[in-house]
Design a protein around this ligand. Structure first.
Ligand code: FAD
Length: 516
């Protein structure tokens, strides 16, 4: 078995940035299931938040993040996030990241629920693409080894400590094992659980399934963030219409042209994502239409084309000139707030196993992620993994039960009478209908029963699609069971049968395979 100091699974911002830092401290292998740039990172539009502007401060960024998190942010983690942001932005600049500038200084945009302009962006609304190109160019020109079309299928553990990872070569179907001292999961989210998602095809919850099966704790899975505004056109992918569009003055209107957001909240169009997403659903319900509209026609066309060139071009390609026409939008699954439970050094409860980026849960987002904090979280906590592992200390499993009242297991369930065949499309429809923006006990129970039956009936996976389906079913079970347990509404989790936020539920729900 080939041995490395670091094996990193995933090649989005978390995986590549970690690899570039790790190479200074040992040998590095990056494993990625598609080509290097198959990831969510390259789709990020709005940008990366950091308190670098005049009139801004880590304290203000801290307050905005805590306010959005609806009682569940880990304050120590948020302090780290905002205090170490500027250092990581400096790293990105040094790596060649071409942030947009204005009068010789980095330009900052404002997004919903940020009290000041604090979002760094590149190429207008092509921030993620620039991040991915910058980091992957650096990785390609370094001694880091990258294995593409390689799917991590199992974490190898000996006496409670990580020894390596099993990998499927997606082109030949052969299996190979790689040994390492530190295994870092940077596998991204699980948007493919839902019928409408802004996520790439690779977002299938693989890291969650790998870690859970190995015995790692998984937390906050009931909090799945839906982006309120993805393009809704027949036969067109739900392309993201960034929050920054409303930040620049875009107005949500219903089919009658009525600007409806002020009817729901005094924050109007700049309210937090969960409130905007639910308001849009109510409005769609009222008007009987599967969409609402964003209006930017009152903005100078030049502002639109220079600030949002990517959105402008994408919509134009599909027949909508956003300088003149309204943009049809609806909510879509966007960001997995929960994930593999990590401490402030990216450590899981398994010695040698680390996680960063969207697959990890540091609890900086609480119950609701503040826009543009996820790219920041990825770099800040990835860097801390390397700070931790570069010291010559013996790595042992830390206690990571901060905030957990009890650990839950995935219980057995009674198989329902009629269970559809376990297919990706059925799974996505099930999650959209029963585990979506507005949930209740009846729907969640139906979904939980079906998912448990699917998990039982699945044969051993053999190729990438069958592994991904199996991982999605397990991830979906964790989302659904957590949503069923949490009998209150907060952040992105809204139960129509428990619409109030209850102090009894101001704690995290954690699952582990070994829980009683
Ligand atoms: C449309 C869109 C817009 C967004 N805009 C913003 C924004 O403006 N600001 C912001 O902060 N956040 C934004 N986000 C969220 C942010 O982009 C993501 O949270 C972040 O990029 C995740 O980075 P990551 O490295 O954790 O995962 P990803 O970039 O998704 O990378 C995951 C990697 O893991 C690989 N992988 C997965 N499973 C396996 C496996 N089993 N074996 C091998 N490889 C595997 C994948 O192939 C991929 O390379 C946006 C997300 C989307 C979808």
């Amino acid at each position: 078995m080939k041995q490395y100091d670091y094996v990193i699974v995933g090649s989005g911002i978390a995986g590549l940035y970690t690899a570039l830092l790790a190479k200074e401290h040992g040998s590095v292998l990056v494993i990625t299931k598609g080509s290097m740039d198959d990831c969510n990172t390259k789709y990020a539009q709005g940008g990366i938040a950091a308190p670098i502007g005049r009139g801004d401060s880590p304290e203000l960024h801290f307050e905005d993040t805590i306010a959005a998190g609806d009682g569940l942010c880990d304050e120590e983690m948020v302090r780290i996030l905002v205090n170490e942001a500027t250092d990581c932005i400096g790293d990105l600049v040094n790596l060649g990241m071409p942030f947009d500038t204005l009068d010789g200084e980095i330009a900052l945009a404002r997004e919903a629920a940020h009290s000041v302009p604090r979002i760094l962006h590149a190429g207008g609304d092509a921030t993620g693409e620039h991040i991915e190109v910058t980091l992957s160019n650096q990785v390609r020109s370094s001694k880091i080894q990258v294995l593409e079309d390689s799917l991590a299928t199992k974490i190898l553990i000996e006496k409670g400590t990580v020894k390596g990872v099993e990998v499927l070569d997606c082109r030949t179907g052969s299996i190979e094992e790689f040994g390492c001292r530190f295994l870092i999961l940077a596998t991204g989210g699980a948007g493919q659980l839902f019928k409408f998602t802004t996520n790439s095809d690779v977002a299938t919850g693989d890291g969650i399934a790998l870690a859970f099966n190995a015995g790692a704790a998984i937390t906050d899975m009931e909090f799945y963030q839906f982006h309120p505004t993805a393009l809704r056109l027949p036969k067109v992918i739900p392309f993201l219409i960034s929050e920054a569009v409303r930040g620049e003055g875009g107005i949500l209107r219903n089919i009658e042209g009525h600007p409806f957001m002020p009817d729901y909240t005094p924050d109007g169009d700049l309210a937090p994502r969960d409130i905007v997403a639910r308001s849009i659903l109510y409005e769609m319900d009222k008007t009987g239409l599967d969409k609402v509209f964003i209006d930017v026609t009152h903005l100078p066309p030049r502002t639109i084309t220079t600030r949002f060139p990517h959105i402008y071009r994408f919509c134009l390609k599909h027949g909508i000139d956003i300088t003149k026409d309204l943009i049809p939008v609806a909510p879509a699954a966007h960001y997995m707030i929960g994930g593999i439970k990590t401490n402030s050094w990216g450590e899981t409860n398994i010695a040698g196993l680390f996680a960063c980026g969207e697959t990890a849960c540091t609890a900086v987002h609480g119950a609701n992620r503040l826009a543009s904090n996820s790219l920041l979280e990825a770099v800040v906590f990835s860097k801390r993994i390397i700070k931790k592992t570069s010291k010559k200390v013996k790595i042992k499993a830390p206690a990571t039960d901060q905030g957990a009242k009890v650990y839950h297991s995935l219980s057995q369930r009674q198989a329902p009478q009629a269970v559809p065949a376990p297919r990706l499309s059925a799974l996505q429809t099930l999650h959209r209908d029963k585990v979506g923006i507005i949930r209740n006990k009846k729907g969640l129970t139906q979904a939980a029963d079906i998912l448990a039956a699917w998990q039982k009936s699945l044969p051993q996976p053999t190729d990438r699609p069958s592994y991904e389906l199996s991982n999605l079913i397990l991830t979906g079970r964790l989302v659904t069971e957590a949503a069923l347990l949490r009998e209150d509404s907060r952040g992105t989790h809204f139960r129509s049968d428990f619409p109030q936020n209850s102090s009894q539920w101001q704690h995290h729900i954690v699952f582990a395979k070994w829980a009683q």
